[in-house]
Design a protein around this ligand. Structure first.
Ligand code: SF4
Length: 81
């Protein structure tokens, strides 16, 4: 069982590229990214990266949005840009 997320190299949150408070990043890393597989595999960003190969910055690990809602938001932002 791995003790760190397998998507670390593809995740902007882990890379410190998101504009969120540093203490939130540390909390997410400790709880999800560097936890046991049951933790990081339940991260919403992990699930979206697994599905799309990337995860938009608005998705947090504990997001309550469904994958479908996230896909819709991605589509909407592509149309409006
Ligand atoms: S935020 Fe989620 S997807 Fe990103 S490295 Fe942490 S556990 Fe993995």
């Amino acid at each position: 069982m791995k003790n760190q997320c397998s998507k670390i190299g593809k995740c902007n949150l882990f890379g410190g590229e998101l504009e969120i408070p540093e203490d939130s990043v540390i909390r997410y890393k400790c709880f999800y990214c560097l936890g046991e597989e049951s933790r990081w595999s339940s991260c919403k960003r992990f699930m979206i990266i697994d599905e799309l190969g990337y995860c938009p910055d608005f998705v947090m690990p504990n997001s309550l949005l469904s994958s479908e809602q996230i896909m819709n938001r991605i589509q909407w932002s592509k149309v409006s840009n």
